[in-house]
Structures are given as structure tokens and as C-alpha cells.
Design a protein around this ligand. Structure first.
Ligand code: AMP
Ligand code: ZN
Length: 492
């Protein structure tokens, strides 16, 4: 028997606005699609939070024994600047500014994305398709929508006819918007606009002569609209209706609303049973976003090279910090919050590491079975990681009391506790035990300070071979020395 057969998961479904019992279409199997990054710049920590929330969900399903097909795409075409309907493609713009081929931009930032996710200990998705690899599929869907009468072609571009769609289906059901209100709140179209109505959105855009990213189509050279790629790739790999679609809260409208409209218009079926939306990471109270400059890159946190934080934090520590908030809540990042989290994470790891050596006795003082089921109950309640972490700290409290001799545990219960903690901390939350404890960092700091002293002495003696060797070998180990007016400092 698989674990999932004994667990009932409830998820908050944005489509219905309710917490619902999760039932996959095929028993034991889950199809999950998550909108991936637009690879025109380095991922910031906010992007990572959304992907991490779904990595945790993927991990929990797998832990329960589900066979999950997790599709997370790479947006390498079609996403226009400012998420607008007109204007330049984000990747094409970057390529133009940096005098690169668009695919060089895509390659550079896809590699960066993968590197960062690996540092955070993400599991790779089952399929990671790209928009440019699915142009043919996108053109086929446009043809379908045109045939059904829910789109029109003007001047080499094809637009989705929202008003017509709304007569038979419901546009706005995911985001809770009404088409009439949208119409009342938008300005009239300019006379030269290709669209019939401001709410209509592009399925295919004509490429002007200077546009470098272009593909042939029945409507002339052009490129697909942003929303279409996700409909094409999710349908291709997960079917016309699948279990879960995820993404950041900011994608609900228009992106996900348009995905629903495209799918329903082309095949008449509602594409997704459960829509899950992850909330935003803010930095000092404001949404983290590359465009406003209010963002921090993961690499700047790991190295400590930034103006926001007082020290470097390991990827696993940042992951723990993120997991302390529910994925549907806003999480604000600040130096104080990270420092507080670090203390907790160190305590948790120390307790887990000490479990192997605690003595076993004839009896156990606390009910391990109840504790374990409360951990599952937390995760089953819409993946409530903050409650799960509170439960993990209940275990830490007992471990520390056992170490003090105030409580006891049997050998069987010790093993059960160890396995359960490992399952939740490392497999489900995806944390790692390898980063050093505070005490270890202090020792490392002492050693580096000693080497800085020896290097200084070597330089004073004009023994530059030795001083360079110390600097270079430390650099090879990932420890950078920086000489400044106040002396030499280092970063990991
Ligand atoms: P993009 O590369 O802009 O398409 O965004 C990739 C993902 O990151 C999307 O799911 C966004 O919703 C998400 N995202 C963007 N900014 C933030 C933020 N500040 N906090 C959490 N997720 C974000
Ligand atoms: Zn998408």
C-alpha cells in the first residue's frame, strides 16, 4: 500500500476559492504544470520562492508515493516587455542591447537558472519544454481557435476574441473579474490598433522587419503570444484536462485566465482541476522585482556580497526561511528575519545530528505515532510547512529533554523519530544537512583570520610567493580575500 492511500490532502483551489479534497484524475498519478522563468535575466530570490513552493509540493506528492509528471517550462519567446500586448519581446530586447543572438541570451540565463536551483537542492522537473521548441503546436492551437470562431486575423496578427468567448464560456472566472467591469475600466482603442477590443489578446503577432525572433506561419512571419505556449505545452504533455497548474499569484491575470480561455476555446474542456498560486516574496515590504531594482540575487546572498544583509547565508538556510511561511502567504525578507531563521535551523540540525547518539531506554515519554500523524496532517492541509516546522520543533524539544535525562525513548521509537525527521526535513522540505553549524563557522573564521595574519607577515617580508599562494589557494576553496583600507576581509 502506498502512503497516499491513507492520506487525504486538501488544497486551496484558486478557481473555486475553496479548500478542496485533492483527487487526481488517474489514481496514483498526478500531472502538474508550473509556469517557468522567462530567461532574459538572472533569477531573483522572488522567482526562486515560487519555484521552491512547487518543488516542495512535488516532493511531498512523491514522498506519498504518487507518480508525478511535473512539467515546468522555459519561456524563451513571446513574453513582451511589461507583460504588455504590444512592444518588444523581453529576450529580443536583451539580445539587441547586448548584441547577442537571442538563443545566447536564452542559454546564458537558462544555465544560471539551473545552477541556482541546484544550489537550492531542487528536484528537476520531469519535462522542461521550451516555447521555441513548440511553435508548431502553438500554430495548430491558433488554427483550432480560429476554426471555432473565437479568434480573428488582422494584418498578419491573430487575436483572441474575448467578448465572443464570454458569450459561451466565462472569461474572468479564475481571477474573479467580470468582462463588463474590464470594458468599463479600459480606454478605447486607438484607430490604428489591430485589435477589435482592448480585452482581446494576441495569439500570434506579426513580426516587423526589425524583429529578430520570427517564425513562418499561415499568417506570415511572426511569433506566438505569451499565454499560448503554456496551453500548448501543458496540453501536449499532460492532456486536455490535468490535475494541477501552478505559478506565482501575479500570473493569475491575465496569463492563467488566458490559458483557460485558449484551452476551452480550442477543445471545449476546462484544462485544469486545481489552480494553485504561490504568493510573493517582498524585500523590506515591497514586492521583489527585477524591473524596480528591489531585488536580490541568490548568488549575492550565498556570497554575502550585497548591501542588504549583514552576512552570507547558505542556500539551505534560505530554503528553511522560505519554508517557515505558508506558500500562499506573502513573505518579507530582511536581515533580522534571516538571522532569526538561522538560529532555528541550526537548532533543528543539531537535534537531528544528536539523535544517533542519544541513549535508549525501556519506555518513551511522548507519543511518536501522534506526533508523526500531526506532521502529515500539517502537510495534508494545503502543504502547511510552517505548522509542519512547528511540529518538527516539538520533536527537537523532546530530543533535548532526552539528552538532559529528563525524558526517555526506546530504541524502536528513536529509529522511528529519526526516519520521520529525515523524511520531512530532507525529503519533503528539501533541506540539507551539509552546511556547517555556527560553532564550525566560528572555527573556520578563526582559521581564515590566522591565514590572513600569516599572509600579512609574508607580504611585510616581501615573500610574495607565499602571500599569493595563500590568497589563491583560499580562492580555490571558495574563500575570497579582499584587501581594503581597514585591512583584509574575506567572504565565502
Ligand atoms: P518570470 O520569469 O517573470 O515569468 O517569473 C517567474 C515566476 O516567478 C512566476 O511564477 C512569477 O509569478 C514568480 N515571481 C515573480 N516575482 C516574484 C516575487 N517577488 N515573489 C514570488 N514569486 C515571484
Ligand atoms: Zn505560463
Amino acid at each position: 500500500m502506498q502512503l497516499f492511500e491513507s492520506q487525504e490532502i486538501k488544497v486551496y483551489n484558486s478557481l473555486t476559492g475553496k479548500k478542496e479534497v485533492f483527487k487526481p484524475i488517474n489514481n496514483g498519478h498526478i500531472g502538474m504544470y508550473v509556469c517557468g522563468p522567462t530567461v532574459y535575466s538572472n533569477v531573483h530570490l522572488g522567482n526562486c520562492r515560487t519555484f521552491m513552493s512547487f518543488d516542495m509540493i512535488f516532493r511531498y506528492f512523491r514522498h506519498l508515493g504518487y507518480k508525478v509528471r511535473y512539467v515546468r517550462n522555459i519561456t524563451d519567446a513571446g513574453h513582451l516587455v511589461d507583460d504588455a500586448e504590444d512592444g518588444e519581446d523581453k529576450i529580443a530586447k536583451k539580445a539587441r542591447l547586448e548584441k547577442l543572438e537571442p538563443m545566447e541570451v536564452v542559454q546564458r540565463y537558462t544555465v544560471d537558472f539551473h545552477n541556482i536551483l541546484e544550489k537550492f537542492n531542487f528536484l528537476p522537473p520531469s519535462i522542461e519544454p521550451t516555447a521555441t521548441g513548440h511553435i508548431i503546436e502553438q500554430i495548430e492551437i491558433i488554427k483550432d481557435i480560429l476554426n471555432k470562431g473565437f479568434a480573428y486575423e488582422t494584418n498578419g496578427s491573430v487575436y483572441f476574441d474575448v467578448a465572443k468567448f464570454n458569450k459561451e464560456y466565462e472569461y474572468g472566472k479564475l481571477s474573479g473579474r467580470k468582462l463588463e467591469d474590464m470594458i468599463a475600466n479600459t480606454r478605447d482603442l486607438a484607430a490604428q490598433d489591430d485589435k477589435h477590443n482592448p480585452q482581446d489578446f494576441a495569439l500570434w503577432k506579426k513580426a516587423e522587419p526589425q524583429h529578430i525572433m520570427r517564425w513562418p506561419s499561415p499568417w506570415g512571419d511572426g511569433f506566438p503570444g505569451w499565454h499560448l505556449e503554456c496551453t500548448a505545452m501543458s496540453t501536449k504533455y499532460l492532456g486536455e484536462t490535468f490535475d494541477i497548474h501552478g505559478g506565482g499569484m501575479d500570473l493569475k491575470f491575465p496569463h492563467h485566465e488566458c490559458e483557460i480561455a485558449q484551452a476551452e476555446a480550442s477543445n471545449g474542456k476546462s484544462p485544469v482541476n486545481y489552480w494553485l498560486h504561490a504568493n510573493m516574496l517582498t524585500l523590506n515590504g515591497r514586492k521583489m522585482a527585477k524591473s524596480t531594482g528591489n531585488s536580490i540575487l541568490p548568488g549575492e546572498i550565498f556570497s554575502g556580497e550585497n548591501d542588504i544583509l549583514s552576512k552570507a547565508f547558505s542556500p539551505s538556510m534560505v530554503r528553511f526561511f522560505m519554508m517557515q511561511a505558508h506558500y500562499t502567504s506573502i513573505l518579507d525578507m530582511s536581515n533580522e528575519a534571516l538571522l532569526a531563521s538561522e538560529k532555528g535551523f541550526t537548532k533543528l540540525k543539531e537535534a537531528i545530528n544528536s539523535l544517533k547518539t542519544i541513549p535508549s531506554e525501556q519506555a518513551t515519554n511522548f507519543n511518536i505515532a501522534d506526533w508523526k500523524s500531526s506532521c502529515y496532517a500539517a502537510m495534508n492541509d494545503d502543504f502547511n510547512t510552517p505548522i509542519l516546522i512547528a511540529k518538527l520543533f516539538d520533536a527537537v524539544k523532546h530530543i533535548n529533554l532526552i539528552k538532559e535525562g529528563t525524558e526517555t525513548i526506546t530504541e524502536n521509537d528513536r529509529l522511528e523519530l529519526e526516519t520521520t525527521l529525515h523524511n520531512f526535513v530532507f525529503d519533503v522540505l528539501g533541506l540539507e544537512n551539509k552546511s556547517s553549524s555556527d560553532a564550525d563557522s566560528e572555527k573556520l573564521g578563526g582559521v581564515v583570520e590566522l591565514l590572513i595574519e600569516l599572509r600579512k607577515a609574508a607580504r611585510e617580508n616581501k615573500d610574495f610567493a607565499t602571500s599569493d599562494r595563500i590568497r589563491d589557494q583560499l580562492a580555490d576553496l571558495g574563500i575570497q580575500l579582499k584587501d581594503g583600507k581597514e585591512g583584509t576581509t574575506y567572504s565565502l
